[in-house]
Structures are given as structure tokens and as C-alpha cells.
Design a binder for this molecule. Structure first.
Ligand code: B12
Length: 227
């Protein structure tokens, strides 16, 4: 659906939405999101605006102007926004055709909103998700990988303080899983090339859409090896 609002109006409304989110006005933010969605504004633009709000709240927290209660409220806003936007962001879940993905957030980290968005995107492209939740240790990833035999293990890491646990989990999986080993992909806000090198993985993404492409590539390579 094309938006009846012109781009200038949309940009202005998105700026206002960003302000509302940053000020932690949950009800107003969700009402505005609903309104803009009905006006035909691209849900990806709306999601990007919410994530921008999260970054601003995070920065205010770092500067000591917001406290932990603000992060909790931010999480609630992001959860409601994701619930509202999800059906509009991805096609209907497709069953089969992708691969099996064992997914979890690394030990010490309880952020799950990004992980859940990534799971949703994968499901809508035919992947089956086995979600281990948050605060998942190397041993739990390993035990589940042994039992469930996934094609891919995907680990979310948002906190910088989770990086050592991430490295430990990747080493544990590399050392103990028998060949052919599932592909491992890591993702989340704290990932960059330096972190990926440090934890010992080639496959990483800061963004769920790039993560999906990498998972599809891993599946193509695995099929190529079987042929
Ligand atoms: C909401 C929030 C919380 C909520 C989380 C609620 C929840 N259920 O997830 C709560 C209140 C629990 C929380 C707690 C804390 N938080 Co917090 N939190 C945030 C905040 C504001 C938003 C996070 C969010 O949901 N973003 C939206 C999602 C959709 O984005 P995302 O996670 O980046 O995910 C995207 C990608 O990264 C990717 N992705 C994610 N996972 C994966 C996995 C794979 C495999 C792939 C491919 C892709 C992928 O896909 C998503 C879409 O593209 C951020 C600020 C920010 N800049 O993001 C701080 C932030 C992450 N938190 C921070 C901190 C410090 C904390 C605390 C330590 C605070 C404290 N003193 O207690 C605790 C830690 C608790 C713990 N042990 O985990 C810091 C982290 C700094 C750092 N570099 O380590 C941030 C950056 C704030 C800041 N600027 O200081 N937090």
C-alpha cells in the first residue's frame, strides 16, 4: 500500500515518534506506530525508527541521564512495537525448505528482542528454529547441538561483557562436535570484524537481514558438499 502521506509529513511524524520513544511514552508511541502503519508507512521504516529510539535511550543510559528502569521500559516498548510490526515485516512463515537452526543468547546476556526478530525472519524463509532462550552456556549449546543435530547454530550477543563467553562457546563447539559440524553464525549489537576475529568466526552479522543471507549461504554450501 502506498502511503497517502507525503514523504515530508512521514519524515516529520517519524521524528516525533522517535521523540516519543526516547521519552519512554509507551502508549503514545504504540498508538502513533499503529496510525502510521494504517497510513501505509513502510513497516521497515517504522522498525528502524524504533531501533533508533533504542539507541538514543541506550546513549542516555550511558551518559547517566537514564537509569536501568528506562532500559526496562524501553524493552517493553520494543516488545510491543515488534508484536505490532512483525506480521507486516515478513511474509507468512513457510514450513520447510530452509534448515534447522539452534538459536540462543549467550551466557550472561538476557537481551532477546533482536534474537526474536532474527528468528521470525528465518521462520518466514522456511527455517525451523529451536530457541534455547537467553543466558545460554557453552555446555547447553553443545548438548542441544548433539541431540538436535541442527544445520546451523546461531548465537546472539548484545553485551560487550558477553564476548569472552561467546569465544568460549565457539571453541567448545569446534573442539567437541563431531564432523560434519553445523555452521555457526553470531550476531548482535556488539559484533564487528574485530570481535568476530577475536571469538574465531567468519560468519557474523550485526543485522538480522544480513544474518538471513549468511544462513541461506551456509545451507547452499552444505548442499553443495553433499552433492
Ligand atoms: C531494552 C534494553 C535492555 C532490556 C532488554 C529487554 C529484552 N528482553 O531484550 C533490559 C532492561 C533487560 C536490559 C538490561 C541491560 N542492559 Co540493555 N539495552 C536495551 C536497549 C535499550 C535496547 C536493546 C534492543 O532490544 N534493541 C532492539 C533490537 C531489535 O536490536 P538488537 O538487539 O541490536 O538486534 C538486532 C541485531 O543486533 C540483530 N541480532 C541480534 N541478535 C542476533 C543474532 C544473530 C545470530 C544475528 C545474525 C543477528 C542478531 O538482529 C536485530 C535486528 O536487526 C539497548 C540500547 C541499544 N543501543 O540497543 C541497551 C544496551 C544493549 N544495554 C546495555 C546494558 C549495559 C545493559 C545492562 C548491563 C544494564 C545494567 N547495568 O544492568 C543490563 C544487562 C542485563 C543482562 N545481563 O543482559 C548496553 C550494552 C553496552 C555494551 N556494549 O555492552 C546498551 C547498548 C545500552 C547502552 N548504550 O549502554 N537492556
Amino acid at each position: 500500500m502506498n502511503s497517502p502521506l507525503n514523504q515530508n509529513t512521514v519524515d516529520k511524524r517519524l521524528d516525533q515518534l522517535l521523540e516519543k520513544i526516547t521519552e519512554l511514552k509507551e502508549e503514545e508511541s504504540i498508538a502513533e506506530l499503529q496510525h502510521l502503519l494504517h497510513q501505509g508507512v513502510d513497516p521497515r521504516e517504522l522498525l528502524a525508527c524504533c531501533m533508533g529510539g533504542m539507541r538514543r535511550i541506550g546513549n542516555l543510559f550511558e551518559e547517566g541521564r537514564y537509569f536501568i528502569s528506562a532500559l526496562i521500559m524501553a524493552g517493553e516498548i520494543m516488545r510491543s512495537a515488534t508484536e505490532l510490526l512483525s506480521p507486516h515485516l515478513t511474509p507468512e512463515p513457510v514450513s520447510g525448505g530452509g534448515g534447522r537452526v539452534l538459536l540462543g543468547t549467550i551466557k550472561g546476556d538476557i537481551h532477546d528482542l533482536g534474537k526474536n526478530l532474527f528468528a521470525l525472519l528465518l521462520q518466514s524463509h522456511g527455517f525451523e528454529i529451536i530457541d534455547l532462550g537467553v543466558d545460554v552456556s557453552a555446555e547447553i549449546f553443545f548438548e542441544n547441538a548433539k541431540q538436535q543435530q541442527p544445520d546451523i547454530i546461531a548465537i546472539s550477543c548484545v553485551l560487550t561483557s558477553g564476548i569472552d563467553n561467546l569465544q568460549q562457546a565457539i571453541n567448545h563447539l569446534k573442539e567437541n562436535l563431531p564432523h560434519p559440524r553445523p555452521g555457526v553464525i553470531v550476531g548482535g549489537a556488539c559484533l564487528d570484524q574485530r570481535v568476530a576475529d577475536y571469538v574465531g568466526t567468519r560468519q557474523w552479522a550485526k543485522d538480522a537481514a544480513i544474518g538471513l543471507k549468511i544462513c541461506q549461504q551456509i545451507m547452499r554450501e552444505a548442499e553443495g558438499n553433499q552433492a
